[in-house]
Design a protein around this ligand. Structure first.
Ligand SMILES: *[C@@H]1O[C@H](CO)[C@@H](O)[C@H](O)[C@H]1NC(C)=O
Length: 598
C-alpha cells in the first residue's frame, strides 16, 4: 500500500467513503433481467445473468452496474421552500467592512506565522505539537505553502508572500518517489500554482512549476478508459489505482481536474492537458444513469458506474461543482457542460432533496443501494444524511441560477435578482440554493457555533425532536463520534460569499461573522495556528491536533472576500477551483479554440 493511502486525509473525498461491496462469489447478480413467473424462462435468464457476470468479470472483476434509481420525487408543485428570500428592501452596499476584513487577515497571520515558525515547507501542520508532517516519507510537495500563496496575495501580506515565494523558488520539489493522491495534488498544488501565476500577473516561476507538476501527473490518464488513476508517483511518473477501494475511481476524483488542466492548456497552448481532462467528462457523460444521476464510484476499466451510494457529499461533491464551472470557465459557450449541469440539477431536484420536520429546512439526502433479501432485486434506500461538504451547493445553485438560469443573459440579472430575471429552472435553482444556504447555517446552531461534519435530518414521520441531529452522539466526556467534528471546513462560508455577492443582503455577512467568531473562540490555539474540534456540541471543546490546509486556502479566503468590496475577484471574471483558487474566465483561442467538442 502506498504511503499516501495511509497518511492522506482526503478532503472532498473524506475518510473511507463506504466502499462498494467487494467483489466476491457472493456478490449479487447484475441488475439484469427481472425474474419472471415461468421456470423455463427463468433458466434462460439465469444463464443470461451468469453470462453477464462473466462478461463483466472479464474486464474488471464482478461489479454490479447500476440501473436508474427513480421513484423518489421531491414535490413538483408547489415546492416546499420556506425561506422566501429578500422580501422588503435593503441597501445594496458592496463596500468593504474593513474592521471585519482585517480581523480575518489577522486570523490568517495567526495561522500562517505559526506554521512558518514550526513547520515551514512541510505538507501538513499540527499546531498543538508545534510540528509539521509530510504526506509521504519521500518528502513534502509544498501542500500548505502553495495552497496559501494566493490568499496572501489577496490580503496584501507582502512579507509573508515574499518568503513563501522564495521557498517555492529554492526548496520546492516534485521529484518525490511516492504515491500522491491525484485529485488532492491537482486541486491544492496545481490549482494553487496557477492562481499564483494569475494573481501575480504572470510570474513565470509559478507557470514553470505548474507545468512540471502537470507533466508528472499526466500519466494517470493512461488507463483503458482514460479515467484517471487515483494515485500518482510524482518521481516515477506512474499512476496507480486506489486499492483501498477496489481500484474504483470516485466521480469527484475524475471530474475535478478539468478547471486546472484546461487553464494550463490555455496558458501553454498544449492540447494534451485539455484533451485528457475533457475525455474524462466524455466518459462520465456516457456512463451516467438514465436520469442523470451518478453513483460515487466508477469502474475505470469498463467506464461504468458501479453499485454505490448516490450523493452530493464526499466523493461526488466537486463533480457537480465543476459541471457548472467548466461551463462558466470558457465564457458559457460549451453547451455540453451546460446540459450535464442541467440534467444533474434536475436529478437532484427529483431524487436527492427533502424537507425537515419542523422548520421545513430543505436538505440534501443520499440514495444507498440495497439488495432485497427475498428476490435479490436491488432497490434504493433514502438516507437523510448531509455532509458539511454539500454546503457548497447552495452557493453553486445560486451562481448557476444567475448564469445558466438567466432568462435573458447573466448581465441582465440585477443585484439582488428579481424572480423575473430567471427562467423557470433558474427560479427553482435560486430558491433551492437560497434555502440550502439557510439549512447549512442552521447546522452551525450548536453549543460551539460550529457545524458538525455530518448531520442527519428528520422528516415528518420520523420520531425524535428537532430538524436534524448528529448520529450516534454520545454524552459529554465520551469519545465523540466522527460525525460530530468540525475540521475548519469552508463550504458554508463559500456559499455565504457567493450569496452575498449575488444579493448584497447584509444577513450573509452576519452569518459569516458569527461563524468566524466561533472559529476564533473554539479553534484558535493561543500559541499559534488553529485546531479542529472533536465535538461541536461540547463546550469547552476538545481539539484534534490538525490544521487542514484548506483553512488558509479556503475558509479564511472566503471570509476575507465576504468582507471585501466587490471589485476583488468579481464572479463574472473568475471561477474558483474546488480549493478556492481563483482562475480567470477565458475565451479559448489558438489551438484551444478547437476544443469544447466533447
Ligand atoms: C518534509 O519534507 C521536506 C523535503 O524533503 C523535508 O525537508 C522535511 O524535513 C520533511 N518534514 C518532516 C517533518 O519530515
Amino acid at each position: 500500500m502506498s504511503d499516501a493511502a495511509t497518511t492522506l486525509r482526503h478532503r472532498k473525498t473524506t475518510e473511507k467513503a463506504d466502499p462498494p461491496p467487494p467483489p466476491s462469489p457472493k456478490s449479487p447478480k447484475p441488475a439484469a433481467p427481472k425474474p419472471t413467473k415461468t421456470s423455463g424462462c427463468a433458466i434462460v435468464l439465469l444463464v443470461f445473468a451468469v453470462l453477464a457476470v462473466l462478461a463483466l468479470a472479464g474486464g474488471a472483476g464482478t461489479y454490479i452496474y447500476y440501473q436508474n434509481p427513480g421513484g423518489y420525487f421531491w414535490p413538483e408543485d408547489p415546492k416546499p421552500w420556506t425561506v422566501v428570500p429578500y422580501e422588503g428592501e435593503w441597501e445594496v452596499d458592496f463596500s468593504a467592512d474593513v474592521e471585519k476584513r482585517d480581523a480575518v487577515v489577522a486570523a490568517f497571520k495567526h495561522a500562517w506565522l505559526a506554521y512558518e515558525r514550526d513547520a515551514m515547507g512541510d505538507d501538513e501542520y499540527h499546531p498543538i505539537k508545534h510540528k509539521g508532517t509530510n504526506l509521504t516519507k519521500a518528502g513534502g510537495i509544498g501542500y500548505t505553502v502553495v495552497d496559501s500563496i494566493d490568499t496572501m496575495l489577496l490580503m496584501g501580506l507582502e512579507e509573508e508572500y515574499t518568503r513563501a515565494r522564495h521557498w517555492v523558488e529554492t526548496s520546492m520539489s516534485f521529484d518525490r518517489d511516492a504515491n500522491f493522491n491525484t485529485f488532492e495534488t491537482t486541486i491544492r498544488v496545481l490549482g494553487g500554482l496557477l492562481s499564483a501565476y494569475e494573481l501575480t500577473d504572470g510570474d513565470q516561476l509559478y507557470l514553470d512549476r505548474a507545468i512540471d507538476l502537470a507533466d508528472r501527473i499526466l500519466p494517470v490518464f493512461d488507463t483503458p478508459s482514460g479515467l484517471p488513476f487515483s494515485f500518482i508517483n510524482l518521481a516515477k511518473r506512474q499512476g496507480s489505482p486506489d486499492t483501498d477501494n477496489a481500484g474504483l475511481v470516485s466521480v469527484a476524483e475524475g471530474a475535478t481536474l478539468q478547471l486546472e488542466f484546461r487553464y494550463l492548456a490555455h496558458l501553454t497552448d498544449r492540447a494534451e492537458y485539455w484533451d485528457k481532462a475533457e475525455h474524462v467528462m466524455k466518459v462520465i457523460r456516457a456512463a451516467r444513469l438514465p436520469n442523470g444521476l451518478t453513483p460515487i464510484f466508477i469502474n475505470g476499466h469498463v467506464a461504468k458506474f458501479v453499485s454505490a451510494e448516490i450523493r452530493l457529499g464526499s466523493r461526488a461533491d466537486s463533480y457537480f461543482e465543476y459541471l457548472l464551472k467548466q461551463y462558466l470557465q470558457t465564457g458559457s459557450v460549451e453547451m455540453q457542460y451546460r446540459e450535464m449541469y442541467d440534467d444533474a440539477m434536475q436529478a437532484i431536484h427529483t431524487s436527492l432533496l427533502g424537507t425537515s420536520k419542523t422548520k421545513k429546512l430543505i436538505f440534501t439526502l443520499e440514495l444507498h443501494p440495497k439488495r432485497n433479501g427475498y428476490n435479490g432485486q436491488r432497490t434504493w434506500v433514502r438516507a437523510l444524511k448531509q455532509d458539511h461538504l454539500v454546503c457548497f451547493l447552495g452557493g453553486s445553485l445560486m451562481l448557476g441560477a444567475t448564469t445558466a438560469g438567466a432568462r435573458l443573459s447573466p448581465q441582465s440579472v440585477s443585484v439582488p435578482p428579481k424572480m423575473s430575471d430567471f427562467t423557470p429552472v433558474g427560479q427553482r435553482d435560486w430558491m433551492t440554493g437560497v434555502n440550502l444556504v439557510e439549512t447549512c447555517v442552521d447546522t452551525y446552531r450548536t453549543a460551539s457555533g460550529l457545524a458538525p461534519e455530518i448531520v442527519h435530518f428528520r422528516e415528518d414521520i420520523d420520531a425524535g425532536v428537532g430538524d436534524w441531529y448528529i448520529k450516534g452522539a454520545r454524552p459529554r466526556g465520551e469519545v465523540p463520534v466522527y460525525d460530530a467534528r468540525y475540521i475548519l471546513r469552508p463550504e458554508t462560508v463559500e456559499s455565504l460569499f457567493i450569496a452575498y455577492r449575488l444579493t448584497g443582503h447584509p444577513k450573509y455577512r452576519e452569518y459569516g461573522w458569527d461563524i468566524f467568531q466561533a472559529i476564533e473562540k473554539h479553534c484558535r490555539v493561543p500559541s499559534g495556528g488553529y485546531a479542529s474540534v472533536l465535538n461541536v456540541e461540547e463546550v469547552p471543546v476538545q481539539w484534534e491536533d490538525k490544521m487542514e490546509t484548506f483553512l488558509m486556502s479556503e475558509t479564511l479566503k472566503y471570509l476575507f472576500l465576504l468582507f471585501s468590496d466587490d471589485t476583488v475577484l468579481p464572479l463574472n471574471e473568475y471561477v474558483f477551483n474546488t480549493e478556492a483558487h481563483p482562475l480567470p474566465i477565458f475565451s479559448p483561442f489558438g489551438s484551444t479554440s478547437k476544443f469544447g467538442s466533447l
